[in-house]
Design a protein around this ligand. Structure first.
Ligand code: AMP
Length: 536
């Protein structure tokens, strides 16, 4: 059987040297799609799989397998098999999220030279974009095999709530994988784009996006030819993995109590429990109750083999995960209030992300909005479809079916001021691209440099926000204090990525800005990490 899809080059998202695909780089799974003959289609691998685990399994030396084959390695080599790397991308090692992640995963997390969190496997340290790059390279390869053409660029989706560092790290990953990033778009916006494609309706829609690692709620206004994001809100540490963890914790506590053992340092057992928890959760999407069985999980104090054999029904499951479910509605409330809309003003609710296959999610969302969510979309594929539509309109120019996208920045951009405070410059939910200026002047005589700390987040306190970096404005002309005035422009581009530039007010001369304390990879590092044509 062949899964080759032969596109007509004139009708496909073709750049100068190759195709531009849409990639949903998910926490758990990734999907690649392409616009062909006026329709966005998912590109399957040679086995016919349409979605691929975002899992990278390292073997000996520098070898690695990705996707379905990698996921198979998870239970017998958990410390060498990297899953959910997206939860770590663009994160600082010292962040709370990384602390939480360390308790959840079976592989090592180490501090990188920029204070960034990195992956440690078989004694080697990998930057997270290097791991994600392997997933992207796998998607590129699948697309090339499916189309028989070279793929050199992509529109890549990210959770709406991703900050600058996470977006930048995603772009670095694409670069390492040999893909030019045509645009980074938000997952819920991509879903709305796919849903709205070719529709001539005027409506407000809400996208409830619960994936493996993140939750986003986005409110959009749609009219013929236009999709405008009104607000977005999210939690980058709330997703299916947390639901699995709740079940796994319950299983672990039950086993520990019944057999008087401690599994907290037994990674293999905990990975097996996590795996069983996820399978049980997925089964509960279609069954009222499941038998959770894990043979030979561990040994008790007498050396006897301990197995899991227990029943989990929907009521118990709901009970375990209720606090997580409730947290999603705190975010939903916030997004609606930011958009200035009530639930009654929402015409359609879209469910996106693998987790929304759970009936309890659809029911809770239906109750909240007093209307059933749209049932016709495939929550696993719709995001990649939207990315492919966007890839097509960016490479082909005008597409009568596609709408113009107006998105917003999910988090406030601000600068550090004395006393540890942050002065907001571009508030969250501002339409992007967007920019703001600020005049800086010297505070001391003959001062030759000014340091500007840039933050992203909603707190007025620096410590509670994400530090994007210190921008150092140097080479200033020595002058009495206050005389030297520099206009600094902070801009957020259509990808949601922050750029900073500076101009001397007096001379009109552009200033160089060097960045320090950024957790991002340098251009040289990205260059050195690039995979060669033969793979990695
Ligand atoms: P995503 O990040 O959108 O790929 O979503 C992945 C999450 O959805 C993981 O936590 C999966 O366990 C979960 N998931 C996938 N399929 C199902 C299903 N049929 N029922 C419940 N959860 C699912």
């Amino acid at each position: 059987m062949s899964n080759q899809v032969q596109p007509d080059a004139s009708e496909t998202a073709t750049g100068a040297e190759g195709l531009t695909v849409g990639i949903d780089l998910g926490t758990s799974n990734s999907v690649v799609a392409l616009m062909q003959d006026g329709e966005a289609v998912i590109l399957p691998d040679q086995q016919g799989n349409r979605i691929h685990p975002s899992v990278v399994a390292f073997g000996y030396g520098n070898t690695a397998v990705v996707g379905h084959r990698a996921k198979q390695q998870l239970t017998y080599s958990p410390e060498n098999t990297i899953y959910s790397a997206k939860r770590l991308i663009g994160r600082r090692y010292s962040s709370d999220e990384v602390e939480r992640m360390k308790r959840m995963v079976s592989w090592g997390i180490a501090e990188g030279p920029h204070g960034d969190a990195r992956v440690r496997v078989q004694g080697k340290i990998y930057a997270v974009p290097e791991v994600s790059a392997r997933v992207l390279a796998h998607m590129k390869e699948i697309a090339e095999q499916a189309t028989g053409q070279k793929v050199n660029a992509a529109v890549i989706t990210v959770p709406a709530y991703f900050n600058d560092q996470q977006r930048q790290a995603t772009r670095d990953a694409a670069n390492i994988a040999g893909l030019a990033t045509k645009r980074i778009i938000n997952e819920p916006t991509a879903a709305a784009l796919a849903y709205g494609y070719g529709r001539e309706r005027r409506q407000h829609i809400a996208v409830y996006d619960l994936g493996g690692g993140t939750f986003d709620m986005t409110v959009l206004r749609m009219e013929p030819g236009l999709i405008e994001v009104l607000s977005t809100s999210g939690d980058t540490f709330l997703g299916g993995d947390d639901f699995d963890a709740k079940i796994a914790e319950w299983l672990q506590a039950t086993i520990e109590r019944e057999h008087d053992i401690d599994l907290s340092d037994n990674f293999t057992a905990r990975t097996k429990l996590r795996d069983a928890a996820e399978r049980a959760k997925i089964a509960l999407s279609t069954l009222p109750a499941v038998e959770v069985r894990v043979p030979s999980l561990a040994r008790d104090k007498t050396g006897k083999s301990v197995s899991v054999n227990t029943r989990l029904d929907r009521a118990k499951f709901i009970n375990l995960v209720m606090p997580l479910l409730q947290r999603t509605f705190v975010v939903v409330d916030d997004a609606l209030s930011q958009a200035g809309l009530s639930t009654a003003q929402i015409d359609d609710v879209l469910l996106v992300g693998g987790m929304t296959r759970l009936p309890v999610i659809g029911e809770a969302v239906g109750k909240y909005f007093s209307k059933a969510p749209v049932g016709s979309i495939n929550p696993d594929e719709v995001v990649a479809i939207g990315a492919a539509i966007q890839a097509h309109s960016l490479t082909q120019g005008f597409d009568p079916g596609a709408a113009v996208l107006l998105d917003v920045t999910p988090q406030t951009l601000g600068i550090g001021t004395v006393g540890g405070f942050v002065e907001p410059l571009i508030p969250r939910n501002t339409a992007i691209p967007s920019d703001a200026n600020k005049i800086f002047h010297t505070a001391q005589d003959n001062q030759t440099e000014v340091r500007i700390k840039v933050y992203q987040g909603e707190s007025r306190m620096q410590g509670d926000n994400e530090l994007l970096g210190h921008f150092i404005l140097d080479g200033l002309k020595p002058a009495p204090r206050g005389e030297c005035k520099i206009k600094v422009t902070f801009s957020i581009d259509a990808n949601g990525i922050v750029n900073v530039s500076a101009i001397d007010q007096e001379s009109g001369r552009a200033h160089e800005l060097s960045i320090e304390a950024s957790s991002a990879l340098t251009q040289d590092e990205v260059h050195n990490m690039k995979f060669d044509e033969l793979g990695f």
